[in-house]
Design a binder for this molecule. Structure first.
Ligand SMILES: *[C@@H]1O[C@H](CO)[C@@H](O)[C@H](O)[C@H]1NC(C)=O
Ligand SMILES: *[C@@H]1O[C@H](CO)[C@@H](O)[C@H](O)[C@H]1NC(C)=O
Ligand SMILES: *[C@@H]1O[C@H](CO)[C@@H](O)[C@H](O)[C@H]1NC(C)=O
Ligand SMILES: *[C@@H]1O[C@H](CO)[C@@H](O)[C@H](O)[C@H]1NC(C)=O
Ligand SMILES: *[C@@H]1O[C@H](CO)[C@@H](O)[C@H](O)[C@H]1NC(C)=O
Ligand SMILES: *[C@@H]1O[C@H](CO)[C@@H](O)[C@H](O)[C@H]1NC(C)=O
Ligand SMILES: *[C@@H]1O[C@H](CO)[C@@H](O)[C@H](O)[C@H]1NC(C)=O
Ligand SMILES: *[C@@H]1O[C@H](CO)[C@@H](O)[C@H](O)[C@H]1NC(C)=O
Ligand SMILES: *[C@@H]1O[C@H](CO)[C@@H](O)[C@H](O)[C@H]1NC(C)=O
Length: 466
């Protein structure tokens, strides 16, 4: 019998007495799959002729090892062991029921020859490469249509050596969109843990069309001025749990996405049930947690807590634009500590570009039921720059218990926003001063509405289903 893969143990206590009050107690850990780390079969990459000198190209060794291990996939799977050394390679494909295990001081290095990163089709939910029309370079570590894949070890490193790509990008000499460091597509039961990921050419970890993904206890590093080196981008994926990570990169630390304009709208695969906790991070040209700007398939049921961002550009951002369509709803972010952040909260509705001229400018995103609670911050320039869209007010925005030491003269700047706030200092903007039932003030209306609309007071919540 197949066990049900539940990620977290969330206890939802509902007191139903004329109104709904609730508290959420999330367990401290993403719930692991059954102990699948114990693979009955294991081989070392050296058995396939790999040389860990940082110079020899080992793409064939990785491919051959994985091809060999495929014969164990129906026998409990297998482990590919990467010992200490510097293992240069081009892009290679993972298989189901595989553990890729990097020992202490093992470094997988991305080749600096773009031909070692073959060009693959664009994602259907984007219609084209994110940066350039047409295909895109395949990620260094790639997987498609997989189930039960683990990438882990004893803090080994996967280093994309992205600086060559950043330079090509800046000089505009690339023919195709840059590759991610790790991309898993249409896969389920993915665990990425206990490793360091550095210098990705583009985004670092990209689960797309995936479900049941755990990213735990990883360090992600890239220079603060490296272009678009996002940390973890769950994209059109559900049941994703990210915890205990340290991320310092050139762009967003975590960006939740779901496709681009008309392509994302018609592909219609949302990102939903995303948990993020105990994230520490730092950026200079991005956000700690971002939603969008590609959110056309919808983003909902995001729960993030215990976040610490320092010396950063922005802490929490929702990015969208006319033409995106889709929605962002039921977002709950709490316990955020900020030190030295330019803008604490940002809603940015002016995001371009668009994939092509065929997007529908009348496709307006629905942004609703966004709660941000328990935030303290020191040395903040702007508390909130919250811009909705004319004729498309972002509504049921709720800010609770926020205390920021702000250096600029106008801490909040809101347009086309509607919502509620309590215990916010400095004082919020007028559109957020609407009142709700005091009984709901500890959790804001969006979640109680959500529970009501779910039609099952005992177990209807998305949190409860985890
Ligand atoms: C809110 O609480 C007050 C008493 O504290 C109660 O009279 C009222 O009915 C409650 N409102 C709702 C919507 O439950
Ligand atoms: C996703 O993967 C499953 C096998 O795991 C396959 O049956 C299905 O066709 C794949 N879908 C896409 C869109 O790739
Ligand atoms: C994944 O599944 C899709 C849809 O069935 C198929 O077209 C594609 O070739 C598969 N890719 C791999 C690598 O298995
Ligand atoms: C985190 O990973 C390191 C190795 O990278 C390991 O030593 C440590 O025990 C891990 N911590 C947890 C909580 O898993
Ligand atoms: C893993 O290695 C990275 C990079 O060297 C380091 O910053 C991090 O502290 C290490 N993590 C653990 C748990 O040892
Ligand atoms: C990370 O490493 C620690 C220490 O070795 C281990 O207990 C834990 O299970 C590992 N976590 C994952 C998700 O592999
Ligand atoms: C910072 O981000 C913005 C918007 O994403 C981009 O236009 C700009 O080029 C970035 N700057 C650097 C130095 O990467
Ligand atoms: C809030 O988050 C911080 C980490 O940023 C953590 O140390 C603290 O325990 C959290 N507080 C609660 C009440 O969970
Ligand atoms: C508010 O933000 C808008 C858009 O960024 C800007 O044009 C305007 O000057 C700001 N207003 C204040 C009072 O800062």
């Amino acid at each position: 019998m197949k066990r049900s893969f539940s990620l977290v143990d969330v206890l939802l206590v509902l007191a139903f007495c004329g109104h709904i009050a609730w508290t959420v107690k999330a367990s401290s850990q993403c719930k692991q799959a059954l102990s699948r780390e114990i693979r009955p079969h294991s081989v070392a990459i050296t058995e396939f002729g790999a040389v860990g000198d940082g110079v020899t190209l080992n793409t064939k060794a990785f491919q051959n090892a994985i091809f060999y291990l495929n014969s164990f996939s129906d026998k409990g799977g297998a482990k590919l062991f990467v010992p200490a050394g510097r293992w240069l390679t081009g892009s290679f494909d993972l298989i189901s029921h595989l553990t890729l295990w990097l020992d202490k001081d093992a470094v997988i290095l991305g080749s600096d020859n773009p031909d070692d990163w073959p060009v693959v089709d664009p994602l259907p939910s984007y219609g084209r490469g994110v940066e350039l029309p047409g295909g895109r370079h395949r990620s260094l570590i790639y997987g498609r249509n997989l189930t039960d894949v683990i990438i882990t070890g004893d803090n080994g490193t996967i280093d994309g050596q992205g600086s060559v790509w950043w330079n090509w990008f800046k000089r505009k000499t690339l023919d195709y969109t840059r590759p991610h460091l790790v991309e898993l597509m249409n896969s389920t039961g993915v665990v990425i843990s206990n490793l360091t990921f550095s210098n990705s050419p583009f985004w670092t970890i990209h689960p797309v069309y995936c479900s049941h993904v755990i990213v735990q206890n990883v360090t992600i590093l890239a220079p603060l001025d490296s272009p678009n080196t996002d940390g973890i981008n769950p994209d059109s994926s559900n049941d994703v749990c990210i915890e205990d990570c340290y991320i310092s990169t050139g762009d967003d630390l975590i960006a939740i996405k779901s496709g681009w304009d008309e392509y994302g709208i018609s592909f219609a695969r949302p990102s939903t049930n995303i948990i993020i906790r105990r994230l520490i991070g730092h950026n200079r040209n991005g956000s700690g947690i971002a939603i969008g700007s590609e959110m056309s398939g919808g983003v909902s049921e995001v729960y993030a807590e215990n976040l610490y961002f320092f010396d950063s550009s922005t802490a929490i951002t929702i990015k969208t634009a006319r033409g995106r369509g889709g929605y962002v709803r039921n977002i709950y972010i709490l316990n955020v500590t900020l030190v030295g952040v330019d803008t604490a909260i940002r809603f940015d509705s002016t995001f371009s570009p668009h994939p092509d001229d065929f997007y529908d400018p009348n496709a307006l995103p629905v942004i609703e039921r966004i709660t941000i609670k328990d935030v303290i911050g020191n040395n903040i320039k702007v508390a909130g720059l919250l811009e909705g869209i004319e004729g498309d007010t972002f509504h049921h925005v709720c800010l609770l218990n926020i205390a920021l030491t702000v250096t600029s003269g106008s801490p909040w700047n809101c347009s086309y926003i509607q919502g509620y706030s309590a215990m916010v200092s400095p004082e919020t903007c007028e559109p957020l001063k609407e009142s709700i039932y005091p009984n709901h003030s500890s959790d804001c209306y969006h979640l109680s509405n959500h529970l009501r609309s779910s039609g099952n007071q005992n177990k209807g919540s998305w949190l409860h289903s985890w």
